[in-house]
Design a protein around this ligand. Structure first.
Ligand SMILES: [Zn+2]
Ligand SMILES: [Zn+2]
Length: 334
């Protein structure tokens, strides 16, 4: 039995308040992680507000955890007490279905979420299956590593899933928590990178992060001038976009991929069909992709740009996420 000290909201959008709960006996395949820091992801905001009708209250968010393994279940593998690990959106999967056995653990039909099936990482401790805790490799900056486990994985995963070539021309739509990470990964991946934003407000930052080009869609004909240019467009926003205009910006065989949960997509089929273009979407990523992403980030010194708040100021941090413009990810520290 462990008593866990967390911060919970008791209703949609309500304040986070100290909340204590009994976690029960540690599962045989589980680890307990003593949380050192936890990023705040846009999904925490959506869950807090119950946008997806999934949230149970009291709600403890937090799925960009970095901490030390503090307890190990009897059958858990590959970890020692004291190891520094990270944990993201998924905390458990069955490990024996075809999807898990194929390495697509994040697509397991019985996968459980760190904040959807249990209380999350805005706490002193959090639990997960041993497979979903990933040891931080040497060379990863610990203080800013949390956001790699959801935000970083989410934008890195499509590069692996779609075999994006280093010679590809790639557009990144939205320069925020996800987009700024995508620019860094794609630059290191070797691609020709174009940052696409509504205005030029973030142009110099985007170029510093790795963008070779910048497109401001509020300028007249901005997208039309990119016609047939991109092999891959990664949309990181949840906005309603002019989908046909983005599809027109794809080169033949190009893919428009979204990791942002836009409410609806409407597109005209014929131009897609004529140039063999695709539309696709993906959630975070698998265990093995997490390992690859961390090694890649360590090798290329990719670290999220973060603003840090003490966990006791969780409400100030959420206010900043909702109404401010964080540059670019927020992290709570204990
Ligand atoms: Zn997330
Ligand atoms: Zn499974």
């Amino acid at each position: 039995m462990t008593t866990i000290q967390a911060y919970a909201a008791r209703r949609a959008g309500g304040p986070f308040e100290p909340f204590e709960y009994e976690a029960g006996p540690l599962g045989a395949d589980d680890l307990e992680i003593a949380v050192e820091s936890c990023g705040i992801c846009h999904s925490d905001l959506s869950m807090w507000d119950n946008d997806w009708k999934l949230t149970e209250y009291p709600f403890v968010g937090g799925h960009e955890v970095v901490g030390r393994v503090s307890a190990i279940g009897d059958h858990a593998q590959g970890h020692q007490v004291g190891d520094r690990v990270g944990l993201g959106w998924t905390c458990r999967s069955c490990m024996h279905c075809d999807h898990c056995l194929a390495g697509d653990h994040n697509l397991c039909l019985s996968a459980q979420g760190t904040i959807t099936h249990q209380h999350g990482g805005f706490a002193d401790k959090v639990r997960c299956h041993w497979g979903w805790a990933t040891k931080l490799p040497d060379g990863i900056e610990v203080a800013s590593a949390g956001p790699l486990f959801c935000g970083g994985l989410t934008v890195f995963n499509p590069l692996v899933q779609f075999d994006v070539a280093p010679t590809a021309r790639v557009g990144v739509v939205g320069i925020g928590g996800l987009g700024h990470l995508a620019l860094m990964f794609l630059k290191a991946w070797g691609c020709e990178v174009t940052a696409i934003s509504r205005t030029r407000a973030k142009e110099s930052e985007a170029r510093e992060l790795g963008a070779h080009h910048f497109v401001a869609t509020s300028e007249s004909d901005a997208l039309a001038k990119q016609a047939a240019k991109f092999d891959f467009i990664l949309n990181t926003t949840d906005a309603e976009l002019p989908w046909d205009a983005y599809l027109a910006a794809l080169a033949p065989r190009g893919t428009l991929h979204t990791v942002g949960a836009a409410p609806k997509i409407e597109a005209t089929v014929f131009p897609m069909l004529a140039a063999q273009k695709s539309f696709s979407a993906s959630p975070t990523g698998s265990i093995v992709t997490t390992h690859k992403m961390l090694e890649f980030a360590a090798r290329h010194q990719i670290a999220p740009m973060t603003e840090t708040f003490p966990m006791s100021q969780i409400n100030d941090a959420f206010e900043k996420l909702r109404n401010g413009s964080p540059r670019y990810r927020l992290v709570l520290t204990r």
